[in-house]
Design a protein around this ligand. Structure first.
Ligand code: C5P
Length: 297
């Protein structure tokens, strides 16, 4: 299974709810950076992870604590079957980066194990299990461009005929999502119950115009992420000075993304930022498919 990273094109955050989660109005876009999850039959349960050179070895939680373990437990319990299999995650999505890499692995594992165990879980049940795993796991199943409400888990596809180009700059140290939300609460104790609506962003997507999209990008968590990591503000400025149509923090950060006008523009901006001393700079386009099967044997 292959599962994509996401960017939040719009992230409107409301005051915390009674359950501690924040109500969101968000527009997700799946972009072409992928984790691959492989599942094989085995007499017991095991999980392995491989990372690209540029990723920190300690970054991914193992030892029973990975979202893939939890996905397997949920699916097995739902059907009353035993959790058996040998699962491997090949990571490429930045860890703790605001791009839902863990959620991608969780979504891919649900679908992979459903196949492996021959369960034929309905899409509706898979989405419900995904929502139990995390707020943006249902989107990782759906992919494309989608509106997210509730705590982000209620997803509706958005018609998007564009191909949008992004330069992605991960940070070498991750930022835990709960910490960014806590900082948001401290900075904005009077946040409105209802999050900022996504109308402007949806209008820009419908127009197909890259400059309109650049103007409409919105992230309520950006100020909190930049307050925790002031270098992110400097990175965004640097990317915009180097010609990005717009730079912004991806989700809760610290990955920053830069909108470009074309594939060539993205490649040239990536080369500039890389030359300016950022060790890892990636280019990706969206929207792309959600978690999907790439080979079956
Ligand atoms: O749902 P998920 O496990 O991805 O959420 C991780 C953490 O992010 C939550 O424990 C919570 O601190 C924060 N969060 C939030 N409101 C949301 C989504 C996430 O406060 N809508």
């Amino acid at each position: 299974m292959r599962a994509p990273a996401k960017i939040n094109l719009h992230l409107g955050v409301g005051a915390p709810r009674e359950d501690g989660f924040h109500s969101l109005v968000t527009v997700y876009q799946a972009v072409g950076l992928y984790d691959d999850v492989t599942a094989r039959m085995a007499p017991d349960w095991s999980l392995g992870v491989s990372l690209p050179d540029w990723m920190d070895d300690d970054a991914v939680p193992l030892a029973g604590d990975n979202i893939v373990d939890r996905a397997a437990d949920l699916l097995a319990a739902h059907h009353g079957v035993e959790r058996l299999g040998e699962v491997h995650i090949a990571k490429a999505i930045p860890v703790a980066g605001g791009m839902a890499g863990g959620s991608a692995d969780g979504a891919a594992a649900l679908v992979a194990l459903d196949r492996l165990w021959g369960l034929n879980t309905t899409d509706e049940d898979l989405l419900a299990l995904a929502a139990q795993l995390g707020s943006d796991v249902p989107f990782a199943l759906l992919g494309g461009t989608a509106l997210g409400t509730g705590r982000g888990e209620l997803v509706t596809p958005v018609h998007d005929r564009g191909t949008w180009w992004w330069v992605v700059v991960p940070s070498d140290v991750g930022l835990p999502t709960p910490e960014v939300y806590r900082h948001f609460d401290k900075m904005f104790p009077d946040a409105p119950t209802e999050p900022v609506p996504a109308d402007a962003l949806l209008g820009a997507i419908a127009s197909g115009d890259t400059w309109a999209l650049a103007d409409a990008l919105h992230n309520d968590l950006e100020a909190a992420a930049i307050d925790l990591r002031p270098e992110l503000g400097r990175l965004i400025e640097q990317g915009e000075q180097a010609g990005a149509l717009r730079g912004l923090v991806s989700g809760s950060g610290p990955t920053c993304v830069f909108l470009c006008g074309s594939a060539d523009h993205a490649r040239s901006l990536a080369a500039d930022l890389s030359g300016a001393g950022h060790p890892v700079v990636l280019a990706a386009n969206g929207p792309v498919s959600g978690a999907h099967l790439v080979s079956y044997a």
